[in-house]
Design a protein around this ligand. Structure first.
Ligand code: ASP
Length: 429
């Protein structure tokens, strides 16, 4: 590829080609066993999943070292508390806004009204039993930190690392030496991120190729009403509400924000996982949007777990849709329950593909809707998962910028400066 093409352009092109080739396979070669097993389940699957694994591999060490650097860099426990409080509050607020917008839009448009319940569309869905809500809070404290690290349980890791870093601050000289070590390890990890990013175009191409070869665009047709309402809400929320919040609370130009968020959004879209996107989100907010590492290291991983605005939107629309399909009238109390449940459910669940549906089962149980109804929206969920994950990640970055601006932890010359996505390439390239 042309040397002047930036890494983001390369990824964008790879994404588009993957989408086209995948859709072509789905339309014209669906019956061809060789293409299915050798290309789709072979090459696309192996390279795509390998790339996602490589991204996930970075998450735990990157979050650990950068969080240690972040807390030690703040040097002040009160400041840490303030940043945490603001970020958490804003995350809850944006999710509340998201699900409310989704409910209002869905009630106005009423998708699913008069929908002929098509049993062919009702794919198998067996909901996993959802944990009681109290466990969400208890489980923030890891009974075994090694297990938390091994399982990549983000909230537990954040809890332990913050506690550990606070103790480092309290131990003075010993803590300072350790912090220097963490700085160095963090640098090295960033270099590992850059190495993995070199493979991003091919990884993204295979992920897109596989998804579209399996799903095809045709699946959307019978569910078009539901699909369009969810996607419209996602667009209004990200372009409208995030822009307004950025203008109002951070007093920065949202256009620059969206332009620079492209790579993170593409990664979120093709991996459908906010967790796997953490390395890219962190790099973007630090290097492109100018947020200080101490703030970003804390708010980005926190957001990947507790903030899922896109997912909340899907839940709001899905609830109204299924209620309409089954001809059930929802009361005001049920609507309020949906809002509360969507916010609470997003706190304890990790940003991984498809988790939104499990959370949806929790919401349905709570408001008494038939959980089998989820089978109806299963077919289009993978595509929607991709779009809503991009929104989830954009929400994490929006809150990060707002918090950083409030704490004067953002370098506006970097924020307003040139778009340099090529910084994702290893140095000396
Ligand atoms: N895939 C989403 C995320 O990682 C969660 C979901 O909506 O399923 O943020």
């Amino acid at each position: 590829m042309n040397k002047n093409t930036t890494i983001t352009q390369q990824i964008l092109i790879a994404m588009a080609i993957g989408l086209i080739i995948g859709s072509l396979i789905n339309t014209f070669a669906d019956a061809n066993e060789w293409i299915k097993s050798f290309i789709v389940q072979g090459i696309f699957h192996v390279i795509g999943s390998g790339f996602v694994n490589a991204l996930k591999m970075l998450v735990v060490p990157l979050v650990t070292f950068s969080l240690i650097c972040g807390v030690c860099g703040m040097g002040d426990i009160a400041l840490l508390g303030r940043v945490g409080f603001k970020a958490f509050g804003l995350y809850l607020m944006t999710t509340g806004l998201a699900v409310s917008l989704a409910l209002i839009m869905a009630i106005l448009i009423n998708p699913g009204q008069g929908f002929q319940q098509n049993t062919a569309l009702l794919s198998e869905f067996t909901p996993k039993p959802s944990p009681p809500l109290t466990d969400v809070f208890i489980n923030i404290i890891p009974s075994n930190p090694i297990q938390a690290f091994a399982e990549g349980n983000m909230l537990q890791i954040i809890f332990f690392v913050i506690l550990f870093s606070i103790a480092m601050l309290m131990t003075g000289e010993i803590g300072k030496q350790l912090a220097k070590g963490a700085e160095k390890l963090n640098e090295v990890m960033m270099q590992v991120v850059m190495l993995i990013m070199r493979f991003a175009p091919i990884g993204v191409f295979c992920l897109m190729g596989k998804t579209f070869a399996e799903q095809g665009i045709g699946l959307i047709i019978p569910m078009i009403g539901y699909f369009v309402v969810v996607v419209s809400c996602l667009l209004i929320h990200s372009l409208g509400i995030y822009s307004a919040l950025l203008l109002l609370f951070a007093r920065v130009n949202p256009l620059i924000f969206f332009k620079k968020m492209r790579s993170a959004q593409i990664f979120a879209f093709s991996t459908a996982s906010s967790n796997a996107t953490i390395p890219v989100t962190l790099k973007t907010v630090e290097q492109q949007l100018g947020v200080n590492r101490s703030t970003a290291a804390f708010t980005v991983p926190l957001g990947a777990t507790v903030n899922m605005d896109g997912t909340a939107i899907m839940q709001g629309v899905a609830t109204v849709f299924i209620a309409n399909v089954y001809g059930i009238d929802l009361s005001l109390v049920q609507y309020l329950t949906i809002i509360a449940m969507s916010i609470l459910a997003s706190i304890g669940t990790a940003g991984v593909p498809g988790v939104g549906l499990i959370m949806l089962a929790m919401v349905f149980n709570q408001v008494g809707l038939p959980v089998e109804g989820i089978g109806l929206i299963l077919g289009v969920d993978r595509l929607l998962d991709m779009v809503r994950t991009a929104v989830n990640v954009t929400g994490d970055a929006t809150v990060t910028v707002i918090v950083a601006r409030g704490e004067d932890e953002i370098d506006l010359s970097i924020y307003n400066g040139a778009d340099t996505p090529e910084s994702t390439l290893p140095k000396g390239n």
